[in-house]
Design a protein around this ligand. Structure first.
Ligand code: ADP
Ligand code: MG
Length: 286
């Protein structure tokens, strides 16, 4: 099916999303903030696409809208050519199997009342309700294994794990339906730097091994630089620059991108200068 494979897996077209504010304007009209303002981009199959920008620029709003968790004012999100907001409920539910989300907070995103098996298997209840207990258990075990945990971890509770392990559980939960696209919103930002690298390596390994497509969102330039093939720089709800990651970092076209790159702190100013002279931004992972 080369025809289907050559078209982008995800297409976002002129997406706009407003939030109504609780206060009213001087003239009594409800005020709103435009969190996402005319965003367009597309992500090819098997690629990792980054969205980078400062806190408050609209990244999470964009992620939630792309996931169909929020409704846009206008614009379209096409997954595999299917318009998310034009699909009947049943078709949308089926399409849901194809994309999953990983959130920033590995503490808040896992229900502490349930054992890991139930937490991970939950997306299956809706999508593959026909699985029996043994099949379910097997699938959970395999998925735990693929994120570097043990099948017996299924019987423990989320609070028994470290932050990095919990994010592995969240990734397992996202993987269990065998999705094609994973939207990861700041998936390592809550983790210690040493743990960040491990989780990023896992994500890259999964991408390679399973041919997964990633929409990877982060405020951290060095993380995005390390992990993505293409990047879009977001500022105040808009994409100001987009292109292959190495190119955007080596030769940023927009002044905002340049200021972001210059703002990356580096513990060793000599190394930082050296790097900048080589027309590369400073910073490693984290
Ligand atoms: P980021 O993820 O880049 O930090 P967000 O998408 O969280 O940015 O926020 C973008 C803008 O939308 C901010 O001005 C934020 O205050 C506003 N915003 C986000 N979520 C809501 C909400 N639920 N209600 C009202 N305003 C919101
Ligand atoms: Mg956010």
């Amino acid at each position: 099916m080369t025809g289907a494979d050559s078209k982008p897996l995800l297409q976002v077209e002129d997406l706009v999303r407003d939030y109504r504010l609780p206060r009213k304007s001087l003239f009594g009209r409800p005020e709103s903030v435009r969190a996402v303002n005319g965003v367009s981009f597309s992500v090819d199959r098997g690629k990792s696409f980054g969205i980078v920008g400062e806190s408050g620029c609209g990244k999470s709003t964009l992620a939630r809208t792309v996931m169909g968790l929020e409704t846009p004012v206008s614009g379209r999100v096409l997954l595999d050519g299917q318009d998310l907001f034009a699909l009947p409920a049943l078709a949308l539910r089926r399409l849901r199997q194809k994309f999953q989300m990983v959130f920033q907070d590995p503490y808040g995103s896992l229900d502490p009342r349930f054992k890991v098996e139930r937490v991970i298997a939950e997306p299956l209840e809706v999508l593959l309700p026909g699985l029996n207990r043994r099949e379910r258990r097997e699938r959970v075990g395999e998925t735990l294994d693929s994120v570097g945990l043990k099948p017996v971890d299924a019987d423990r509770y989320p609070h028994e794990f470290s932050g990095g392990q919990r994010q592995r559980i969240a990734i397992a939960r996202a993987l269990i339906t065998e999705p094609e696209l994973i939207v990861a919103d700041e998936p390592v930002s809550a983790l210690d730097v040493s743990v960040q690298a491990q989780v990023l390596n896992l994500i890259m390994e999964l991408q390679e091994r399973r041919g997964l497509t990633f929409l990877f969102i982060s405020h951290d330039l060095s993380v995005v630089r390390h992990i993505t093939d293409e990047v879009a720089v977001m500022y105040a709800g808009e994409i100001v620059e987009t292109g292959p990651t190495h190119k955007v970092f080596a030769d940023p076209q927009h002044s905002y991108t340049r200021s972001l790159i210059d703002a990356v702190p580096h513990p060793d100013p000599r190394r930082s200068r050296r790097l900048r002279r080589a027309s590369q931004p400073a910073g490693g992972i984290g």
